[in-house]
Design a protein around this ligand. Structure first.
Ligand code: DGI
Ligand code: FE
Ligand code: FE
Length: 195
């Protein structure tokens, strides 16, 4: 596996400036969340640094890679190929960066839509992506504070905000995004139902 320094250099060479600095900022807050919630620093750093490594590909390349990897090309992801960047990123992290930890690879895989039953590391990476200090949407400060208090509640708020954003923009919602939001709906709002 590559050393952190080599990973950072490779990402800097492959990603655009904005995406690269976003990855460093995601690492910074992922490390703080990992410390708070008792997750290993090494894994948090790796997953956060690499979470967007597949963003070096454009739409066409993401689709090509997805086909080559045998991923299901459903209509929503065909229209919005960036929805493949988690899955393809996990593949790249393994193949080109030598990551072997299944926990780290899963966190990269799941970071865009989230998933039911995420591990603490998955949740930290999902949230770090949304609340790193460069993000500036309405309510981000509140969400940052919430993340350090209650990961599940912050995931729910984050997934809800993502869905509101997509609706506002008139874009299709990929069903796993909805599944995540329902799964993390606070108990008080879903009675005893497990969604
Ligand atoms: O890779 P980042 O930009 O750092 O963040 P991300 O991995 O959360 O990806 C965000 C992008 O993915 C953003 O442009 C919205 C899009 N996205 C996330 N969920 C959905 C989605 N797009 C559609 N159409 N449907 C979704 O459910
Ligand atoms: Fe991403
Ligand atoms: Fe990201």
């Amino acid at each position: 596996m590559l050393e952190r320094k080599e990973i950072v250099e490779k990402l800097e060479a492959e990603l655009g400036r904005e995406r690269f600095t976003h990855s460093l900022r995601a690492e910074k807050i992922a490390l703080a969340l990992a410390k708070k919630f008792g997750v290993g620093q090494k894994k948090a750093s790796l997953a956060a640094l690499l979470h967007d490594c597949a963003r070096r590909y454009d739409r066409k390349e993401l689709l090509q890679k997805a086909r080559r990897l045998g991923l299901l090309i459903d209509p929503i992801r065909k229209f919005e190929p960036k929805l493949f960047h988690g899955e393809i990123g996990a593949w790249l992290a393994r193949r080109e960066f030598g990551v072997r930890s299944a926990g780290v690879l899963n966190a990269i895989r799941r970071h865009t839509t989230g998933a039911p039953g995420m591990t603490k590391l998955d949740k930290i990476i999902y949230l770090a992506d949304h609340i790193e200090e460069g993000r500036a949407f309405t309510g981000v400060d509140k969400l940052r504070r919430l993340a350090f208090r209650d990961l599940d509640r912050a995931i729910y708020e984050s997934a809800s905000a993502m869905i509101r954003f997509l609706v506002k923009q008139g874009r299709p919602i990929y069903p796993p995004t909805v599944v995540t939001r329902n799964y993390y709906l606070p108990a008080g709002r879903r009675g005893s139902a497990k969604l």
